[in-house]
Write a protein that binds this ligand. Structure first.
Ligand SMILES: [Zn+2]
Length: 435
């Protein structure tokens, strides 16, 4: 039994809360009586654990960048209680064996729910559908499928994938990037790319695929999720699709809510990311889209890379940024401190809505008696400065190094276990079995 005393909920109530057997068993107005062994929640906000539908943990294959264990630690530090891991590992997560391996590694780490995403096509080659049914039937119960990192660019393959996942209520998460329009592309196509002479990545390369796929989703009556939307035009297409009743959902990353393409001007590969940073006009449209719910969720696209893959010439640098440990703070900075979104809205976009889209029944639930104890304590009034060397992630490629950000995550409860206490990760079952 764990007791939390004096924590505030997003609706303003100050409560005491008891956890027993992984479940919230009691919530009452706080007596503010900090008994022995109780967790002091005073001056803290208690919110559902965050759920990230888009993260790269690199295991198997690139354990020098991240492992399921180090990525789980980064997730906990960022306030997440569940992550969905993208399939572009080596070997690719395109069969039941690999997704079960990742799922087991997540259980062994024992810090957050690790839910593998399955590849849409074998080896992410875009040509032949993977064994989606076998992955859905596996112990990992895969429901999200994506070739992320690559676009499912063949419209016939995309159609078949959308049709196939309907049999088990799955969803296809598309990395919308028309490959023919982005050959050798390095950054957003616009005035900055023209000035500094880097090959551009036009907004239409993203929008053309979004438009095509929402029409395909409508045609076959299936569920489509658009990964990391970055353009104002993309938001408009999704708005149109939702007005038509098409089953489309979409995500935006924290970095696309804050950063713009002029940062690339000094050729620093830390700002090299796929899809690329866009313009201020796009940033504003993404923020409005998220506030309105046209964009349903925030997802990190946490993409760890070791320094040898990032500290090099811009052309040679890898695409991607780490994001798990800064996501909540960047969303508070861009959406809550700007007055665009309330805390309950943020909880929806970062916990409730992603859990619903992904079908994670024990995650993203309201703080109520009888609900599984997956929640976090945060200090909303405390600020911190990002120090890349203090990140729990094995990779340090954050674009926010040195930036002061709002909100500190202090405690994380995962399935009723206190896995982070006062900023310290408690559960260190590295390599242990039996979970
Ligand atoms: Zn992607």
């Amino acid at each position: 039994m764990i007791k939390i005393v004096g924590a505030k909920l997003a609706d303003g109530r100050v409560i005491d809360l008891d956890i027993d057997n992984q479940v919230i068993v009691k919530i009452e107005n706080s007596a503010r009586n900090l008994s022995n062994g109780a967790v002091d929640g005073s001056s803290k906000l208690l919110i559902p654990g965050l759920v990230d539908m888009h993260t790269h943990l690199r295991e198997p294959g690139r354990e020098d960048s991240e492992t399921v264990l180090t990525g789980s630690r980064a997730a906990v530090a960022g306030g997440f209680t569940a992550v969905s891991t993208m399939a572009n590992t080596n070997p690719v997560a395109d069969n039941a064996g690999v997704v079960e391996q990742i799922y087991r590694l997540g259980k062994e780490a024992g810090l957050v729910d690790v839910n593998p995403i399955g590849a849409v096509t074998n080896g992410l080659n875009g040509e032949k559908l993977s064994e989606m049914g076998a992955m859905a039937d596996s112990i990992a119960k895969v429901r999200i499928f994506s070739d992320d990192g690559k676009c499912v660019s063949d419209p016939l393959i995309m159609r078949r994938a959308l049709e196939y996942v309907k049999t088990f209520n799955g969803i296809i998460a598309q990395h919308a990037q028309e490959p023919r329009l982005t050959v050798n592309a390095q950054m957003n196509e616009g005035s900055v790319s023209a000035r500094i002479g880097l090959p551009g990545w036009p907004a239409i390369a993203e929008e053309a695929i979004i438009a095509r796929d929402i029409l395909l989703a409508e045609h076959v009556q299936s569920r489509l999720h658009i990964c990391h939307v970055t353009t104002a035009g993309g938001v408009e297409l999704i708005r149109w699709a939702k007005q038509r009743g098409i089953q489309v959902t979409a995500e935006v990353t924290p970095h696309h809510l804050l950063l713009t393409d002029d940062l690339v001007e000094n050729y620093d590969p830390i700002y090299k990311v796929n899809p690329p940073l866009r313009t201020q006009k796009d940033v504003m449209a993404l923020r409005e889209g998220l506030a309105e719910g046209i964009i349903d969720i925030v997802a990190t696209d946490h993409a760890p890379h070791p320094s040898e893959d990032k500290d090099c010439e811009f052309h040679a640098g890898a695409f991607g940024m780490v994001g798990l440990e800064t996501a909540l703070s960047v969303v508070v900075k861009t959406m809550v401190e700007t007055g665009l979104m309330s805390w309950p809205d943020l909880i929806d976009r970062m916990s409730i809505a992603p859990a619903k889209i992904a079908g994670y029944a024990t995650q993203g639930r309201e703080i109520e008696v009888g609900m599984p104890a997956n929640f976090i304590l945060i200090n909303p009034d405390q600020r911190w400065t990002v120090d890349k060397n203090k990140l729990k992630s094995k990779s340090k490629n954050t674009p926010f190094n040195g930036l002061e950000l709002p909100v500190v995550v202090t405690d994380v409860f995962h399935n009723g276990e206190h896995v982070m206490k006062n900023g310290e990760i408690l559960n260190m079952k590295a390599g242990s079995n039996g979970r």
